[in-house]
Design a protein around this ligand. Structure first.
Ligand SMILES: *Cc1c(COP(=O)(O)O)cnc(C)c1O
Length: 369
């Protein structure tokens, strides 16, 4: 029997977007010593967030408030915008999918960078959009190339992450502001700010919700330590935000995550502790790299790209030796960025384990060259 899949689905490759640490652990039969590969916040959610989530668990028999009313109000206050400027979703990943669904018909052009955050691409493929990828320039996404491609292909969407994943680099607010202003009126600029809370404030232009063709994504997954709770949001003009109600999964944000996010937003002291822990961890990763004769790419995020100093094949070897030795890290997928491995800000213990295993992995990788 053949199932009646759409032509589009039949045309898609079978794909496993991310091999998760759990998969590695099942294959290896032992847990990782350090889980510093997915840019999760090892510093966890704030104790107040955990408390709020535990309390909300008792109410899990109820559906969530489909309007996300309280969280929207709190976020509006937090950002100095109105609730009409905010859409809450199942993480940035969920909201990216809905954005593509709102704007991309099969055959429509979409612009991103080769090697940029891949989840966006899966959504574009899944809706039949045509991706045009421009190269990074000096380890950063290239706004000029993205804009030129958008003009050339009359693109519906441009995707850029600032700060960027997987390199951790960022453009200044002035560069991003200029990009917003030069995005064609019939193109939507999707600005992914998943790492906003870790970055120098000077890399993020002020929120301007009067601009209708820019949407900015934020998340509770990274700085707020709630990756597994699946909750994030986007900020935009009311015209943009309202449209999500046409396509979103209205009960898709779980009640426990809603309560956790509200508490997380209030616990400013915890957030600043996490921010300083991440700054310390970035410094430590830089030191560990230096002890091994390696350089890092300066980071505005909770991870650091460590330049292994040779080509992608060598870095892939280093990475798999680290994974074998119980250190979960990931790496960029596209040259020349794939000369790096990407190490998330870990606890002291995580980074001790990394410091111990990195020289061994480098030695074995070099020996097998
Ligand atoms: C981690 C990450 C996300 C995922 O955010 P969720 O809110 O957990 O879906 C989105 N974009 C970038 C660039 C990321 O690194």
């Amino acid at each position: 029997m053949t199932l009646p899949f759409t032509d589009l689905v039949r045309s898609l490759p079978e794909s496993v977007p991310f091999v998760g640490p759990e998969t590695h652990e099942r294959q290896r039969g032992v847990p990782f010593k350090a889980r510093i590969g997915a840019n999760e916040s090892v510093f966890g959610p704030s104790p107040k967030t955990v408390e709020a989530m535990c309390a909300a668990a008792e109410d899990a028999w109820k559906y969530c408030d489909a309007e996300n009313y309280e969280l929207k109000q709190a976020l509006a206050k937090h950002h100095g915008v109105t609730a009409e400027n905010i859409i809450i979703g199942e993480g940035i990943d969920g909201l990216l999918g809905l954005t593509v669904r709102l704007f991309v018909d099969p055959g429509d052009a979409v612009i991103t960078s080769a090697g940029a955050y891949p989840t966006f691409n899966y959504h574009v493929d899944g809706h039949g959009g045509v991706l045009h990828k421009v190269p990074y320039k000096d380890d950063r996404e290239d706004p000029e190339a993205l804009l030129a491609a958008a003009n050339e292909h009359r693109a519906k969407l441009i995707y850029i992450s600032n700060p960027d994943n997987p390199m951790g680099t960022a453009h200044t607010a002035a560069v991003i502001q200029d990009m917003m202003e030069r995005t064609p009126a019939d193109t939507v600029l999707c600005l992914d700010e998943a790492y906003f809370e870790f970055a120098d404030p000077a890399v993020s232009p002020p929120l301007d919700t009067s601009v209708s063709n820019v949407i900015r994504y934020r998340t509770f997954s990274k700085a707020y330590g709630m990756a597994g709770a699946r909750i994030g949001y986007a900020i935009g003009a009311p015209e943009m935000i309202k449209a999500f109600d046409k396509v979103r999964n209205h009960f898709g944000v779980n009640k426990i995550a809603q309560a956790g996010a509200l508490a997380a937003l209030e616990d400013k002291a915890f957030l600043s502790e996490v921010q300083s822990s991440v700054r310390r961890a970035r410094e430590r990763i830089k030191e560990i790299a230096a002890e091994n004769g390696l350089k890092v790419i300066p980071s505005e995020t909770n991870f650091v790209a460590v330049d292994c100093g040779r080509d992608g094949d060598y870095a892939r070897k280093v990475l798999s030796l680290l994974v074998e030795r119980g250190i979960f890290v990931r790496m960029p997928g596209v040259a020349p960025m794939d000369r790096c491995i990407r190490v998330s800000a870990g606890t002291d213990e995580d980074l001790d384990a990394f410091a111990k295993e990195l020289p061994r992995a480098l030695k074995d990788a070099a020996a097998s060259e």
